[in-house]
Design a protein around this ligand. Structure first.
Ligand code: FDA
Length: 321
């Protein structure tokens, strides 16, 4: 198979699903339809906070930590932004004194960045203030959205860190700029989550072939586990389901003396659960991303797009199976 042919169909499928994820009319239709709501079951931890907390409890029983994420990205009205922020604050408040640590994933566009940066920054400060009431337990994890969001998200991360907030940031290996961003940010006990990237970007700013994205991830992950990064106190979070990459990291973890409390492997709810369990059994710190809420379409469509084999879930849901 020629280079151009490798991964072309999966990329087309992914692009189509990302396009559908952005369609607000389709989102309204899907989220209101009991048949299509079945689609969300696989990837979403519950329709509300109580269901999500029950899901976090079940993970804890399996020795797995959690990240909570209240669904609702790219919102552009004050009312919806405020609803998102209130839900994040209320979720944070429930974690008083509970261990192990819990991450609260926050998309800048869910807390006001689609309205104005000032609104988003103000709301991030409110969330940081609530999380500071739970030291060592609650961490804010800034998710990374489309390429236009990268600069403001990194600026927000730096601003929150400067105030001493317990905050981490996500970097996307698919972006060409990420190597430099990583070198700049991976200092002074930073917490950085590495993902391959779930948004479409042009060749001028991103690696677009799967094998190039995988290679970029590999290289960043290996750099994250170097002795130099360990000495700087970096806390790397490898958010991937790619067992080949994880297998290549294991000997480096061992050779450089990384202990389970110094790094994490994070995966999504409903994806490669046997792999999550076996990594936890091997003694790695494993965290699972638990989205919850009723605005599930955009998130679920991107997840379905990540694997063409997921087309069967769409068919099953539509046929009521
Ligand atoms: P890859 O896509 O190569 O998959 C590796 C293996 O896992 C394959 O066998 C594949 O089939 C399987 N797999 C992966 N995804 C699957 C799915 N949805 N359903 C079924 N099987 C699947 N992205 C982003 O741009 N910004 C962000 O903030 C985040 N945040 C984030 C947090 C966490 C905890 C995770 C795990 C991922 C993200 N992502 C993200 C998504 C990320 O960028 C990426 O799109 C997915 O993780 C898929 O890439 P993998 O690294 O798993 O590799």
């Amino acid at each position: 198979m020629s280079d151009a042919g490798i991964g072309t169909m999966p990329r087309l499928w992914q692009r189509a699903m990302i396009w559908l994820a952005c369609n607000k009319n389709l989102a309204r239709f899907m989220q209101a339809n009991p048949l299509t709501c079945n689609l969300a079951r696989r990837y979403v931890g519950g329709a509300d906070r109580a269901e999500a907390l029950a899901c976090v409890g079940r993970l804890r029983e399996k020795g797995v930590c959690a990240s909570l994420y209240y669904l609702g990205e790219y919102v552009d009205t004050f009312a919806l932004v405020e609803q998102n922020v209130e839900e994040i604050l209320a979720s944070l408040a429930t974690f008083n004194g509970v261990t192990p640590s819990i991450f609260f994933s926050v998309d800048p566009t869910q807390i006001g960045y689609s309205v104005s940066q000032a609104l988003g920054r103000g709301n991030a400060a409110r969330i940081a203030a609530e999380s500071a009431k739970h030291p060592g337990i609650a961490f804010i994890m800034l998710d990374m959205e489309d390429p236009l969001c990268v600069e403001p998200t990194i600026a927000l991360y730096q601003e929150l860190r400067a105030t001493g907030a317990a905050v981490a940031v996500t970097l996307q290996a698919c972006l060409r700029r990420t190597e430099q961003d990583f070198e700049r940010l991976a200092k002074l006990e930073a917490r950085i989550r590495l993902v391959k990237g779930a948004f479409v970007a042009g060749k001028d700013i991103a690696w677009t072939r799967k094998r190039d994205i995988d290679a970029a991830y590999d290289s960043l992950a290996q750099r994250a586990l170097s002795q130099e990064m360990k000495s700087s106190g970096l806390y790397p979070i490898f958010a991937t389901h790619d067992d080949r990459i994880l297998d290549r990291l294991k000997p480096i973890l061992k050779a450089n003396g990384w202990q389970p409390h110094q790094y994490e492997i994070e995966m999504l709810l409903g994806v490669r659960e046997p792999l999550q369990a076996s990594l936890a059994c091997e003694g790695h710190t494993v965290r699972v991303y638990v989205p919850f809420g009723t605005e599930w379409w955009a998130y679920t469509a991107r997840r379905i797009g990540e694997n063409p084999a997921n087309a069967r879930f769409v068919l099953q849901a539509l046929l009521g199976m």
